[in-house]
Design a protein around this ligand. Structure first.
Ligand SMILES: [Zn+2]
Length: 322
């Protein structure tokens, strides 16, 4: 399975900054060691042409030149630097590329991304560019897919994604999030499920299954972009939910099973994770990647869990006809 990384573009942060930047390199080290069959590839850079599919020209130019209003820069939560721009472009490029690879291989992973608080004209909550919105639009422009579903299971609502894609009939946005958590003014996704504080594994799985059923009843995507946030974990200092590591494995499997049963390619992005112990956050993300690698094998074997030969990965029509 191919996985894209950008953690070597180190974003300089002041001493004591609360963003756990270290988790990305720790994650790459962990999956390199623990996930067999993984090929790690440097994330390509998203150019202006791609970013402009989801962002305004003014915003892309201001970010690139370091000319954002100080208040806008503060909303992002990172100080401006060339590295911030480069890293953000790489992160969006990685999700685009993970989508393209998923069309060929069934599944692929961005070891960063999921920056769902970025709007068309502003960033926020550690998000500069909205990789999922950019990738959904870019894949449509490639002419490879008609409809894309964004399944956002970060604990925070995907407000930027919802806002950018609100009037886009070709992209369905699902956000399952903590109702009382940031952002406090939520946007309307195509489907929002707000969870109460303290939500546990069983309640979460039930809510997710219901949401996935509703998504597929209302929409027929050709591709899924999955934001696998680690912040619903019980050890997260911002999450407010009570999912265990096992509960998060169940979450990932529900999404992967739903995709596999329909022969849908799926690109995975990491999104947030702010563990009291950074090791817990890395463990949640690494588990997602290990499960994704297992699903990659199943796609390759055409093991969909459905009737034999009934459903095959998209983008492989030649094999499908054999
Ligand atoms: Zn989050």
């Amino acid at each position: 399975m191919l996985a894209f990384y950008a953690d070597h573009f180190v974003l300089p942060l002041p001493e004591g900054h609360r963003f756990p930047m270290r988790k990305y390199s720790m994650l790459r080290t962990a999956v390199e060691r623990d996930v067999p069959g993984l090929s790690l590839v440097e994330a390509p850079r998203a150019g202006d042409d791609a970013l402009l599919l989801a962002h305004t020209p003014e915003y892309v130019a201001s970010v690139s030149r370091g000319e954002l209003d100080p208040s806008r820069q503060r909303e992002i939560g990172f100080p401006w630097s060339d590295a911030m721009v480069e890293r953000s472009r790489r992160s969006a490029g990685a999700t685009i590329e993970a989508c393209r690879i998923a069309l060929r291989e069934g599944i692929s992973v961005n070891l960063a991304g999921g920056t769902h608080h970025a709007y068309a004209d502003k960033g926020g909550g550690f998000c500069v560019f909205n990789d999922a919105a950019v990738a959904a639009r870019q894949l449509r422009r490639d002419g490879r897919v008609e409809r894309v579903a964004v399944v956002d299971l970060d604990v925070h609502q995907g407000n930027g994604t919802a806002s950018i894609l609100r009037d886009d009939p070709f992209v369905f946005t699902l956000s399952l999030h903590g109702e009382k958590n940031y952002p406090f003014r939520k946007e309307a996704s195509d489907l929002d499920v707000g969870l109460p504080d303290g939500c546990d594994d069983d309640a979460y799985a039930q809510a997710l299954q219901g949401a996935l059923d509703m998504l597929f009843a209302r929409f027929s995507p050709d591709l899924i972009i999955y934001l696998a946030g680690a912040d619903p974990h019980e050890g997260d200092r911002l999450g407010r939910l009570k999912l265990t590591l096992a509960g998060l494995a169940r979450r990932d499997c529900l999404v992967f099973d739903a995709a596999l049963a329909r022969g849908l390619p799926i690109a995975v992005a990491m999104a947030g994770g702010y563990g009291n112990q950074i090791e817990n956050t890395v463990a949640v993300h690494a588990q997602t990647i290990a499960l994704a690698a297992q699903y990659h094998e199943r796609y390759a074997r055409r093991d969909t869990g459905a009737a034999a030969g009934a459903i095959l990965p998209a983008g492989d029509t030649e094999a499908a006809q054999q």
